[in-house]
Every structure is written in structure tokens, then in C-alpha cells.
Write a protein that binds this ligand. Structure first.
Ligand code: MRU
Length: 351
């Protein structure tokens, strides 16, 4: 297990690993209100769909403690909490885990004893956090079992963005599958795409895997097709920010490109995501809101240094949609769905 905590509850605060400092420095920051937690999500202190969900859940709990400490027990908790719930819901648009976690927390506002509501919300947030780690480990086992057999040679697994312990409560979704393979005794070699423009692959995935001594090679995104054409990639495993009811997947910008390339070269393309990332109300990927980040410097600059002519226009969608037809398997904690489609996703909720 990784030697860091992405998000925890610490002495009445929400404690997060400051991911903007990685890989240079390991630093933790504490947050005391829903507004502050929402700011941390928007500003990418914490990112990755399940981690954002956990942050929202702890954000609701810390807001309730803040209100009770400052104003006493309100008559109407739902009303007192509404601004905090609202600001959390507006922190980032694409990862459905954020909205899922808020929907899990909300009923407690009306049903739990008024005096001890903050403690009840904290219990629930802790449960969401623990369940996420358990789900990641289950995905790790199930996903590792369907990776291609490479005989005596190491398996080369490509991944995009960071879908690891840093993007979840711990262990990771895509990196969970990689950890699962590693822990089952396979020799794993990871090819981490750097993931322009925010560099989650270079800054986070490479750092996280090296903490666990997993052999990792960093490439820039535009090298991936060449490596696939040379037979140097056995499987691709990515995470998801939202899976639509028909199996379309929203994930970090560039995922679609790699899925098309994988199809061309007959390479299994696996998406690992907990059921909380599946949005049964979203008919297809067409309806998923794609975050357009307003911080054009993330494209025109690298580490604070301008790399593009001043005045150039910037287009910056932070996610893309991979159609279900390009996905070999959706790995959830409940089951592996081969060739996902509407009927199979529906069975995930009813079966
Ligand atoms: O913008 P980010 O860093 O939040 O994007 C993260 C991703 O796209 C991940 O692949 C996804 O959230 C899955 S995390 C287990």
C-alpha cells in the first residue's frame, strides 16, 4: 500500500495531500469548511473522480462541524447546509463521483438526530472513503485476472493521466489493476503517458508507481502510437470520470486518442471504475459535461514558463469521450463487463 494519504480526517479537519506540489514536495494541507474544500477541488489540490467524491463527503461533514461550532445546532440543518452543498456541487463538472457523494450525504441532513448530525456525517464520509479503498482492491483483483498472458516476459501496460491512489481514497482504479497484477506475482512494466497539459502522468503517476517500486517508463503522449505499432504495449488501462448508461466513458483528454490507436493495433483497452462512477441517468457520452478549464496558462505555459506566442487562442477541454465500442472491458468492483453496452450496464444495477 502507498506510503501517503490522499485524503483523511485529521483532528477535526479535512487533510489533503497537496498534489500541485508533487513530485517536488510531500505536503499536507488542512481544510475547515465546505467552501475551502470546494476551492481545493477546483484548484486541483485533490483531483481524480473517486478522490473528489471523498473530498465532497468530508467537505459536507466539516461544514456541519463548522456551523455547529460557530452558530450552535440549527433548527433546519438542510437549510443551514444548502450554501455549502451548493458550492461543493459547483467545484468541478465532469466527475460524477462528486454528485454521487453529495447525494449519499444529503438524506442524512433530514433523518439524523440534530445534535449529533456532524458526527453522523463524518461516519458516512469515513464509510465512503473505506468503501472506495475496498472497491479499488476488488477492481485490482478482477482487472489483473483479465490482462493478457505474456508468458515469461514482463507485461507492458500503458496508462493515461493518474488513476491511482492519488486519484482515489487509496490503491487506485487503473493503477489498482496494475498493483493487482504486480501483487499477484507478475512482472509489470508500466508505460505512463505524460498527459499534457496538466502532466498528471509525469508528475503524479510516475511518482506514485516509483513509491511502490513498480518499473515505470515515462513517454510523451505523441509517442504512444509508435510504441503500439512496434508491439511494445500489451494492454492499456485507464480510469474514468463518468461512465454513461451505454458504456461511453468520459476520462482525461487524450483517452479517446489512445482507445482509437488500441483498436487499430488490437490491444485490449480496459477502463477501471467503481460503480459510483457509472451514471445510470446519463444515456450516452454525448450528454456528459466536459470541463473546459479557464486557466489557459496550463496550455501556454509549462511550469510557469511561456512556451507559446503571446496572444494565441487556446482551446482546453480537460476530458474527452471514448465510445463504448472501443472499450474491451469495464472493470468495476462488482464484475468485469466485457464489451460494455446499455443492457450490461443496466444489469450492473439490477442484477
Ligand atoms: O483532471 P483530473 O486530474 O481530475 O482527471 C483525472 C482523470 O481523468 C482520471 O483518469 C479519472 O478521474 C479517474 S481517477 C481514478
Amino acid at each position: 500500500m502507498s506510503g501517503f494519504e490522499t485524503i483523511t480526517w485529521h483532528n477535526g479537519h479535512v487533510r489533503m495531500l497537496e498534489q500541485r506540489d508533487l513530485p517536488w514536495k510531500v505536503r499536507y494541507v488542512d481544510y475547515d469548511s465546505a467552501e475551502a474544500v470546494a476551492g481545493a477541488i477546483t484548484d486541483m489540490v485533490i483531483r481524480g473522480a473517486p478522490a473528489i467524491g471523498c473530498a465532497a463527503a468530508f467537505g459536507v461533514a466539516v461544514e456541519a462541524f463548522r456551523i455547529r461550532n460557530q452558530q450552535g445546532v440549527p433548527n433546519d440543518w438542510a437549510r443551514a447546509m444548502a450554501p455549502g452543498m451548493d458550492i461543493l456541487a459547483r467545484s468541478r463538472p465532469t466527475a460524477v463521483n462528486l454528485f454521487w457523494a453529495l447525494a449519499e450525504m444529503k438524506p442524512l441532513l433530514d433523518t439524523m438526530p440534530k445534535e449529533s448530525l456532524p458526527e453522523r456525517l463524518l461516519e458516512k464520509a469515513r464509510q465512503i472513503h473505506a468503501d472506495d479503498v475496498a472497491s479499488c482492491k476488488a477492481m485490482g483483483r478482477l482487472g489483473a485476472a483479465i490482462l493478457p498472458d505474456t508468458g515469461d516476459r514482463p507485461i507492458n501496460i500503458m496508462t493515461h493521466c493518474n488513476a491511482g491512489a492519488l486519484a482515489t481514497a487509496g490503491y487506485g482504479t487503473a493503477l489498482g489493476v496494475i498493483r493487482g497484477a504486480h501483487e499477484s506475482g507478475r512482472t509489470v512494466h508500466v508505460i505512463a503517458n505524460e498527459t499534457r497539459p496538466y502532466l498528471q502522468g509525469a508528475r503524479l503517476t510516475a511518482w506514485e508507481l516509483l513509491q511502490d517500486n513498480i518499473n515505470t517508463t515515462l513517454i510523451t503522449d505523441n509517442m504512444a502510437g509508435y510504441l503500439m505499432s512496434k508491439g511494445e504495449v500489451d494492454a492499456i488501462v485507464v480510469g474514468a470520470d463518468r461512465v454513461a448508461a451505454n458504456g461511453d466513458v468520459a476520462n482525461k483528454i487524450g483517452t479517446y486518442t489512445h482507445a482509437v490507436l488500441a483498436k487499430r493495433h488490437n490491444i485490449p483497452f480496459l477502463v477501471a471504475a467503481p460503480v459510483s462512477t457509472v451514471d445510470p441517468n446519463m444515456v450516452s457520452g454525448d450528454g456528459i459535461e466536459i470541463e473546459k478549464r479557464q486557466i489557459s496558462e496550463e496550455v501556454t505555459h509549462i511550469l510557469g514558463k511561456r512556451i507559446a506566442a503571446k496572444g494565441v487562442n487556446v482551446n482546453y477541454p480537460a476530458f474527452d469521450i471514448t465510445p463504448a465500442a472501443l472499450i474491451t472491458a469495464l472493470v468495476t468492483e462488482k464484475q468485469v463487463i466485457l464489451n460494455p453496452n446499455t443492457a450490461k450496464i443496466k444489469a450492473l444495477f439490477t442484477g
